[in-house]
Design a protein around this ligand. Structure first.
Ligand code: ADA
Length: 569
């Protein structure tokens, strides 16, 4: 299951999850040797979705991997193949023909095959997880370089006239919602055709009309409706609406919620009321599954976050599973969504590279396309910790922010900076996120008071003094089980001390609108004996989790639970 609800009742869909043949290609000979025509022997069987690094013998493997699956089509049909997420570069082949290429990692891509003949077909995908200086993320990144097909592969049977897109936007006027429904229909027919459209919610038809579509064409069409009284989605009070669009032969279901987001007096307002965000940073990662995080564990993760008293999650550092966002929608938790530009060691020249920029813009489009209907998403974040002191970063940021604005103006545009006192990009945003590790990488945790004082002055000077400021990262490592009488570095005690002291300081600052602790759970790190980076990652893990990698609570978890639950604003 890819979502918590069905996206189609009429359209036939199936997941191609399960065992696929897999072979690694460390010498990059597969293309030359035409593995897409004849898959090599021997191969091993790997479960999809998964990361290959969770298989024995592939723990450290970064590079090219080929997958194969034989699919059976009962009757000749138009087929849509959706790859919900594949890490890195993907080339897809069907019966030896190249269907196309995609670069990314955490967003879907698809291919349409009209009139696919009945019988057996061979689907092959060549993936490459290698990171370099213009991939996103680049080779210097603080998480493990996993590879593989990390989310489901889906096969859909399309009728000759099918729904290609359904997009629901709205504006609230009090409790009335002015809804604008944008649809795209595509025809494989040889002649013009008229079809009846019906749009409904909860079994009640809201709109119907007939539309004509020319032979072989795509029709874009928008209709508007007014819902006189809607119940609003809010933190902890998640009202959701499930809309269905039907044609004579096809359907598409989208779920959304109605809420209004704005900022005022350094606070985020949801439906006019200020909220203080109590959050954590969450990687969608686990030692047994890597980034192919199973839905069952997401349910458990959600219970732990609710237990902690959180009302928000930062999806560090990439677009997370729609299933996870469905759960957040259903429980009224605010989500921060971002693309995987991880900049702490990003060379400044990289941000001016056209290929890097093009990839970033595509990732923004794909992230918004994927998550746009989720009411839980309040922030679109464009990068994390790039060198925002430079003109290159300013120009790049401007392009990213502009792209977000062309796609969605209903959310807040955000980023996270590690240079709060020198940053020049602040004025471009609605929300500034500060990442600082006082008490861990530098200084004492008490230094946050002085730092924030200076930051607010500087923001004022830059004309950004009225922005919402969130503490998007802070914390320190605590090795699970290492407790003692004194708070030593790397002990659970010291980690709990840093986090609680930082939370106290931030909550006393009226210009801070929320906190995201780094991080929810320990994650596997990118520690290499040959590299100068991440040398403090004991066990090859980033150990700053409030829970360890198996979601067992540390002392910091219990302290934060006490604090977050006591904050009632
Ligand atoms: C950065 C970064 C995180 C993580 C953290 C740390 O702020 O954004 O991904 O690497 O530092 O643990 O040092």
């Amino acid at each position: 299951m890819v979502r918590t609800f069905r996206e189609h009742h009429t359209r036939r869909t199936e997941l191609l999850d399960g065992p696929w043949d897999f072979v690694k290609d460390p010498l990059n000979i597969g293309v030359q040797d035409k593995w897409y025509n004849r898959f090599p022997h021997p191969s091993q069987s790997v479960y999809v979705p998964s990361c290959w690094n969770n298989e024995l013998g592939l723990y450290e493997y970064e590079g090219i991997g080929w997958y194969r699956k034989t699919i059976h089509i009962e009757n000749t049909h138009n087929i849509r193949l959706i790859f919900h997420a594949v890490l890195g570069h993907s080339d897809v082949y069907l019966d030896g023909q190249h269907l196309g290429y995609h670069y990314g990692g955490y967003t879907p891509f698809e291919f349409i095959v009209p009139s696919m003949a009945a019988g057996e077909h061979e689907l092959v995908i060549r993936t490459n997880s290698t990171l370099d200086r213009v991939t996103i993320p680049t080779e210097q990144v603080d998480w493990f370089h996993y590879g593989g097909i990390i989310r489901s592969v889906e096969l859909q049977h399309l009728p000759d006239l099918y729904i290609e897109q359904l997009k629901i936007a709205y504006e609230l006027k009090g409790t009335a919602a002015a809804v604008s429904v944008h649809i795209q229909l595509r025809s494989f027919l040889q002649t013009a055709h008229t079809t009846k459209l019906a749009f409904s919610e909860g079994g009640q038809e809201l709109h119907s009309e007939e539309v004509q579509i020319e032979a072989g064409q795509t029709l874009s069409h928008t209709f508007k409706l007014l819902l006189p009284e809607v119940r609003l989605w809010n933190i902890g009070r998640p009202e959701l609406y499930t809309f269905q669009l039907r044609t004579e032969e096809d359907d598409k279901i989208e779920r959304t919620g109605f809420r209004h987001i704005e900022t005022k007096d350094h606070r985020i307002l949801i439906n006019g009321a200020p909220v203080y965000l109590k959050g954590v940073n969450r990687h969608e990662e686990h030692p047994e599954w890597g980034f192919a995080f199973p839905p069952k564990l997401m349910h458990k993760e959600l219970s732990i976050l609710l237990e902690l008293g959180c009302n928000s999650v930062r999806g560090s550092h990439y677009p997370q599973s729609p299933y996870w966002l469905d759960l957040l929608d259903e429980h009224g938790i605010v989500f921060w969504s971002e693309i995987p530009i991880w900049g702490a060691f990003l060379p400044n020249e990289t941000v001016s590279e056209p290929l890097f920029q093009e990839r970033a813009l595509t990732m923004i489009e794909e992230m918004i396309g994927l998550h746009v209907h989720h009411p839980s998403v309040v922030f679109w974040s464009v990068h994390n910790e790039i060198d925002t002191r430079t003109q290159e970063a300013f120009a790049f940021t401007q392009a990213l922010v502009e792209r977000v604005k062309t796609l969605d103006t209903s959310r807040l545009i955000a980023y996270a900076t590690m240079h709060p006192l020198e940053d020049i990009v602040m004025p471009l945003f609605d929300v500034i996120g500060i990442n600082k590790y006082l008490g861990w990488y530098e200084g004492e945790v008490s230094g946050f008071e002085g730092l924030l004082e200076q930051f607010h002055k500087r923001a004022e000077q830059l004309g950004a003094g009225d922005k919402v400021v969130l503490m998007t990262e802070f914390g320190g490592a605590g090795l699970f089980g290492d407790v003692g009488w004194e708070p030593r570095l790397f002990s659970e005690d010291y980690q709990a001390y840093i986090v609680t002291e930082a939370l106290r300081i931030f909550k006393n600052d009226p210009k801070i609108g929320g906190t995201y602790i780094w991080q929810f759970a320990d994650i596997r790190g990118d520690l290499k004996s040959s590299s100068k980076h991440f040398r403090d990652r004991a066990r090859s893990f980033n150990n700053k989790g409030l829970v360890n990698e198996y979601r067992k609570p540390k002392q910091s978890f219990r302290e934060v639970r006490r604090i977050y639950r006591s904050w009632t604003e």
